[in-house]
Every structure is written in structure tokens, then in C-alpha cells.
Design a protein around this ligand. Structure first.
Ligand code: NDP
Length: 302
């Protein structure tokens, strides 16, 4: 058996098209989405991320603006800035770019973004709504994993679902979202005694560990749906095990997931690739949350 590869770009594209229509309808009613990004200090990775966010937002009709604060900004000043944005009626969503300079408590500041502008779904109110089953704004990667499961079109109700990883940003919210869909989730972590026993009985397996290719084919139930959230940079080797070098004489790097794709695809029925699976859908979830935040902000019923 060779699994069907779930194309994250295609799933993302379908959601993006629905968002374009929705945003256009909201604008006709006088509601304009405006996502404000806040960046503290200069960081090459975060700058790239900002440029990509801007492009993605503008492509669907979301206004995107960036506030750049100096690297020596104090935590109290950043909190003051966030509070100002919380009260700014022109701003409908706020995203705080990571990493923040040393000395700033990222979690503390991020959770101060008012819940109806919290497009990353990290505010305790939004986390609480997730527990209550009233989810509107949830962490983007968790929602992306669930969208990819849904995209397969099989009934989720009653499915044994194993989630490997229990972080607040992925593992825990994925478990709650799957529970809301009446799956039967099991959450694994570094203290889990027999991981293979847990993964092997999963009809749906969601890996969010951060360990390159840790989940092998023999840990997967035949016919399972496998969603690989992991993003790991590893050194590249050729089929003979020799390092693959770039033109500068340095060993090439590549991105792999938490699942060993080659062995897993021989066992699973559906599998997401890395890259090209969860990643593109996560970006679109950020856009969808921005639209959801606009509706909450403007009190527009969905
Ligand atoms: P964290 O490091 O916060 O969490 C990792 C989880 O894996 C922890 O709960 C940890 O357990 C568990 N774990 C570690 N080792 C084992 C093991 N041997 N057996 C079972 N469980 C184990 O990671 P994140 O949740 O933030 O991210 C997970 C992965 O997803 C990373 O590769 C990250 O890069 C990727 N990611 C991808 C995104 C995307 O857009 N595609 C976005 C966000 C993350 P314990 O709690 O006991 O320590």
C-alpha cells in the first residue's frame, strides 16, 4: 500500500478562496480586516516571516501593517504598546512576532493581546473557549492539523486518534479540537511508557514532537491517516549514505517531519508531506483567524 499524499497547498488554496469571498462580503458591509504585526528588534528569520505574512494577507484583502519597536524596548513599554492596539478600533487583529529580545517574557506579553484580536489563539480566554467547545480563535497549527484530517473526508467520530506531543500550541489544542469532533484522542509525551503501542492503534496519528523522523512505519497502524506537524532541519545524505555538499563545500540541509515519510507512506492510507503539508495550511489559518477576529470585533454573526 502506498498512501495518498495530502496536498497542503491544495487544502490551503480552497480555504483561501472561501476567505476571499468572505472578506469581500464583510467589506461590503463596512467591516475591514486590519492585522497589526509587532516586531521588537531586528531578526532575519522574523523579517522573512513578516514579508510572507504581508503577501498572504494582501492576497486575500486583509490590510497588514507592521510596528517596528527598537531592540532595547522594555517589557513594560511593549505591554503599553499592546494595550494601545487592544483599544485601537482600526486594528482588528494583532500578532506579536517571535523571537522577542532577552528580558521580555513572550508568553506574558502575548497573552495580553485582547481575546478578540488574538489571531494566534493564545489568550487564556480563547484557550478556555477551546475547553468549553466554543472555539473561535485557536492556535493556527492545531487548527491546520485538524483541517487536514477533515480534508480526507472520512468520518472522524469514534476514530482512535493518537497525538504525539502535548504543547500548548499544538498537542493540547489538537486533542481538544479532535475531541470536539467526537474522535477518541490519546495524548503522548516524553513520559509515555510504550509509544509504539499508542501510535500503532491510532486510526488518526498526529505527530507534533520536534524530533526528526522519530515515528517509523512500524509504529503506524495499516490504513491510518498520518498528519506530520514536525519541522526539523537535518543534514542531507545521498542513497549511499554520503554527505550531499553545496557549492560552498558545506553539507546541504533539508527539512523533514517527525514521521519517517518513506516507511510511513507504505503503511498509512493518507499522509501529509513535509514540507507542503501542515505548513501552508497553518498560514491560511492565520488569515482565517484574522477574519474570525474581525467578526468578533465587529460583532458580526458568522
Ligand atoms: P514542543 O517542543 O513544545 O513539544 C514537543 C512535545 O513532544 C512535548 O510535549 C514532548 O513531551 C513531546 N516529546 C518529546 N520527545 C518525545 C518522545 N520521545 N516521545 C513522546 N513525546 C515526546 O514542540 P511544539 O509542539 O512547539 O512543536 C512540535 C513540532 O511541530 C516541532 O517540530 C515544530 O517545529 C513543529 N511546528 C510546526 C508548525 C507548523 O506550522 N507546521 C508550527 C509549530 C510547530 P513533554 O511535554 O513530556 O516534554
Amino acid at each position: 500500500m502506498s498512501a495518498i499524499i495530502i496536498d497542503g497547498e491544495s487544502v490551503a488554496g480552497q480555504i483561501r478562496n472561501r476567505l476571499i469571498e468572505e472578506i469581500s462580503a464583510l467589506k461590503k458591509k463596512g467591516f475591514h480586516p486590519h492585522l497589526k504585526a509587532v516586531q521588537v528588534g531586528e531578526n532575519a528569520a522574523s523579517r522573512l516571516y513578516v514579508q510572507n505574512q504581508q503577501k498572504q494577507c494582501e492576497a486575500v484583502g486583509i490590510t497588514y501593517t507592521l510596528d517596528e519597536l527598537p531592540a532595547d524596548t522594555k517589557e513594560s513599554d511593549l505591554i503599553g504598546h499592546i494595550k494601545k492596539l487592544n483599544n485601537d478600533p482600526q486594528v482588528t487583529g494583532v500578532i506579536l512576532q517571535m523571537p522577542l529580545p532577552d528580558g521580555i517574557d513572550a508568553k506574558k506579553v502575548q497573552t495580553l493581546i485582547v481575546h478578540h484580536k488574538d489571531i494566534e489563539g493564545m489568550n487564556p480566554t480563547n484557550m478556555g473557549e477551546l475547553v468549553y467547545g466554543n472555539t473561535r480563535l485557536a492556535p493556527c497549527t492545531a487548527m491546520a492539523a485538524v483541517e487536514l484530517v477533515k480534508s480526507v473526508g472520512v468520518e472522524i467520530k469514534g476514530k482512535e486518534t493518537t497525538i504525539v506531543g502535548r504543547s500548548a500550541i499544538v498537542g493540547k489544542p489538537v486533542s481538544l479540537l479532535m475531541l470536539d469532533l467526537s474522535a477518541t484522542p490519546t495524548i503522548c509525551h516524553s513520559g509515555t511508557k510504550d509509544l509504539q503501542a499508542q501510535t500503532k492503534r491510532a486510526d488518526i496519528l498526529i505527530a507534533a514532537v520536534g524530533k526528526a523522523e522519530m515515528i517509523k512505519g512500524d509504529m503506524i497502524k495499516p490504513g491510518a491517516i498520518v498528519i506530520d506537524v514536525g519541522i526539523n532541519r537535518v543534514k542531507e545524505f545521498d542513497a549511499q549514505g554520503n554527505p550531499v555538499m553545496n557549492k560552498n563545500g558545506k553539507q546541504k540541509m533539508k527539512t523533514v517531519g517527525d514521521v519517517e515519510f518513506a516507511t510511513a507512506r507504505e503503511v498509512a492510507s493518507y499522509i501529509t508531506p513535509v514540507p507542503g503539508g501542515v505548513g501552508p495550511v497553518t498560514v491560511v489559518m492565520l488569515l482565517r483567524n484574522t477574519v474570525e477576529a474581525l467578526k468578533m470585533h465587529a460583532n458580526v454573526t458568522p
